[in-house]
Structures are given as structure tokens and as C-alpha cells.
Design a protein around this ligand. Structure first.
Ligand code: F6R
Length: 241
């Protein structure tokens, strides 16, 4: 795993954007995208760049069950606002959170088919404080493909900051599995801030275990981890060099 450590989130996001730009200039056509607070600055650079997305396909990691695309807490809405409105892709895929209400398996199967038909060239990831990637919480099988996830209390708690009321946070989501993520040819994972330092350490230096989903990335041959000094603060000197 290649590790890039920057002074702050802004310069980390610039490094992340550079990797996407390079990969697209080298022919990447299918781009895996993430939501959450981590990628916002990267998307901001993307919208201000001269990159043209009109020949690219995007595939997002996840969507809450039950939120319509126009709900301002849905990941559809997030992507529209932060990237797609200004830089539309030829086609953008996000799991169908409405179909998932009554048919989570159908919504998951549809998405697996989409990923199979459009193998991901480069995937962006954020890192959960408990080591989750997408909504794949500790204990998720490394063989998992897109599936329905019941959100843990800690994830509901962490995500409640975006909602008016903790009771408004959906209790489940449709999410790419670990095997889908690992099938991407290249992966860029970013984590900023002190509250990510434990997860970063476990991901990089700990054993590869389903208890820390992100640790699976140690088994991928083309991963770049971008962290700021705070998120890197618990890494050994050896990992940092
Ligand atoms: C987002 C996602 C999540 C976040 C993670 C970190 O699509 O699937 O795994 O990447 O929870 O969230 P932030 O970036 O808000 O710290």
C-alpha cells in the first residue's frame, strides 16, 4: 500500500484528485465514487478542473434504504450537489434505495450486475472510525457482494450529524460488498483527522481481518492511502516512510 501523508485535508484532497485525473488521462472509464465528508474537497477540485466526465461512467458505493433521490440526505442528492450537477457523467449508478424498501435482494442483484458489466477502473473510499469501508461494518465477509446492510448503532450515531434528528437516520442501506470493492483495478482511500487515527493504524499495521474491513486493502496490489498528519499520528515511523 502506498501512503501519502499531507499537512491537512485540503492538500490530501489535491493529491487524491491528481490520482483520479491521472488515471482518467490514462484511459480509466469507470469511476467508483464515495459520499461522506471525506471526498467533498476532492469533488470541489474536480468541479473546478477541466476534466470532462461526459465519456465516463460513475458507480457509487452505497445508498440509504427508503430515501428518494430528491431527499437532501440521500446519497443521490449528495452526488448531484457535489459533483454531477456541475460535471455530469455519461451514466451514473447509485443503488436504488426505493426498490430496496420491499426488495433489497433485487436492488442488490441489479447493482451487482451493473458492476459486473462495468468493471471499476479506480475506486474512491473513505474510512469509518471502526474501520468500515462503504457500509461494510466489522464482521462483513471479505467475499461479500452488494447487499443490504443493517446499520450499527455507532454508524447511525456518526451519521446523525447530517440529519435533523437521530430518528431520521435510515436503519439500513444497500452497499457494495468487499469483493466488489476489491475488484477495482485501483483504489484510493482517504482519511483525515485524529478520529481516524486508530482505524488507519489497524488498517495499515494490524492483521488482515474481517473485524477491520479496511485491512483487506493490504491484499490489493494497487492502493494509495492519503491521510493528514492527524490521521497518521498513530502509525509507526516505518509505515510513515
Ligand atoms: C460513504 C461511505 C462511508 C464513509 C465513511 C467515512 O459512501 O460509504 O464508508 O466513507 O463512513 O465517512 P466520513 O467521510 O463522513 O468520515
Amino acid at each position: 500500500m502506498k501512503i501519502i501523508i499531507t499537512n491537512n485535508k485540503e492538500s490530501g484532497s489535491t493529491e487524491g484528485f491528481k490520482l483520479f485525473k491521472k488515471s482518467i488521462e490514462n484511459g480509466a472509464k469507470v469511476i467508483g465514487l464515495a459520499t461522506g465528508s471525506t471526498p467533498v474537497a476532492l469533488y470541489n477540485e474536480w468541479t473546478q478542473s477541466n476534466l470532462d466526465n461526459s465519456n465516463l461512467i460513475s458507480i457509487n458505493l452505497d445508498e440509504y434504504t427508503g430515501l428518494t433521490p430528491d431527499n437532501d440526505q440521500s446519497y443521490h442528492y449528495f452526488m448531484q450537489k457535489n459533483l454531477f450537477d456541475k460535471k455530469p457523467f455519461k451514466k451514473s449508478y447509485i443503488p436504488d434505495g426505493i426498490k430496496a424498501i420491499n426488495d433489497p435482494q433485487g436492488a442488490s442483484d441489479d447493482y451487482n450486475e451493473i458492476i459486473e458489466e462495468n468493471p471499476i477502473d479506480i475506486q474512491l473510499l473513505g474510512l469509518g472510525q471502526n474501520g468500515h469501508i462503504a457500509f461494510n461494518e466489522p464482521g462483513t465477509s471479505f467475499d461479500s457482494v452488494t447487499h443490504e446492510v443493517k446499520l450499527t448503532e455507532s454508524t447511525i450515531q456518526a451519521n446523525s450529524r447530517f440529519f435533523r434528528n437521530i430518528d431520521d437516520v435510515p436503519k439500513s442501506a444497500i452497499c457494495m460488498g468487499i469483493a466488489n470493492i476489491m475488484s477495482a483495478k485501483e483504489i484510493v482511500i482517504m482519511a483525515f483527522g485524529e478520529n481516524k487515527a486508530d482505524a488507519v493504524k489497524k488498517m495499515v499495521e494490524g492483521p488482515v481481518t474481517e473485524d477491520v474491513p479496511a485491512s483487506v486493502l493490504q491484499n490489493h496490489s494497487n492502493v494509495t492511502l492519503i491521510i493528514d498528519d492527524a490521521a497518521a499520528s498513530k502509525l509507526s515511523e516505518e509505515s510513515k516512510n
